[in-house]
Design a protein around this ligand. Structure first.
Ligand code: NI
Length: 183
C-alpha cells in the first residue's frame, strides 16, 4: 500500500474522460483501490476518484460519515464503497445546492447544485454490479466523484461564482449567514 500523489486542478489528467475498467477483479485494480483508500484517509477526504491520483480509469472510492447523513431519508452505505465503471441516473429534476470541496482544488470551497436524488449502478471489486438509490450527501459525493471520471471539477458545475472561495473565508461567511438568520 502507498499514499499516492494527488493531481491538482490544471493537470490534464483531471480534464480527460477516464477509461472503462475491463476487469474489476484484476489484481492491478485491487492494488489501485487499496492505495486510493489509504490516500483518501491520509488526506481526510470523503471520496477520491482514480484520475485524482493520475490514473485515468473509472474507479471511485468514498464513504458517507454518519454526521453528514443525518437529514437523508434513504439509508447511507456503511463503511467504504468502491465504484467501478459507475453510471448515474438522476431521479427527477430536483437539485439541491450544497457546499463542496475537492482534494484536487485544495483550500477552496464552493456551493454546487446537484441532483437531489439519484440511482447509480457500479461494479464492486468482486465484479458484481449493484444498484443503489441515494439522496443528501450520499447523492452529492457520488455525483462529485463520478464527474472526475468525465474530466469535470465542481467549479464547472457552479452557477453562482460568488459562492466560490477559500474555505476558511467561506466558512466564516457561511457562519455569519447562519448567525444573521438567528438574529
Ligand atoms: Ni473531487
Amino acid at each position: 500500500m502507498a499514499i499516492l500523489k494527488i493531481a491538482r486542478m490544471g493537470h490534464p489528467v483531471l480534464r480527460r474522460r477516464a477509461e472503462e475498467v475491463p476487469d474489476p477483479t484484476s489484481p492491478a485494480i485491487h492494488a489501485l483501490v487499496a492505495d486510493m483508500i489509504e490516500t483518501m484517509h491520509d488526506a481526510n477526504g470523503a471520496g477520491l476518484a482514480a484520475p485524482q491520483v493520475h490514473v485515468s480509469q473509472r474507479v471511485v472510492v468514498f464513504h458517507v460519515p454518519a454526521h453528514r447523513a443525518q437529514a437523508d431519508s434513504l439509508p447511507r452505505p456503511e463503511g467504504l464503497v468502491v465504484l467501478i465503471n459507475p453510471v448515474i441516473e438522476p431521479l427527477g429534476e430536483d437539485r439541491t445546492v450544497g457546499w463542496e470541496g475537492c482534494l484536487s482544488v485544495p483550500g477552496m470551497m464552493g456551493a454546487v447544485p446537484r441532483f437531489s436524488r439519484i440511482r447509480y449502478r457500479a461494479a464492486g471489486l468482486d465484479g458484481i454490479v449493484t444498484t443503489r438509490e441515494a439522496d443528501g450527501f450520499h447523492a452529492r459525493v457520488v455525483q462529485h466523484e463520478c464527474d472526475h471520471l468525465d474530466g469535470v471539477l465542481y467549479p464547472q458545475r457552479m452557477t453562482d461564482m460568488t459562492m466560490f472561495g477559500f474555505a476558511d473565508e467561506m466558512q466564516k461567511r457561511f457562519a455569519e449567514a447562519q448567525n444573521a438568520d438567528r438574529d
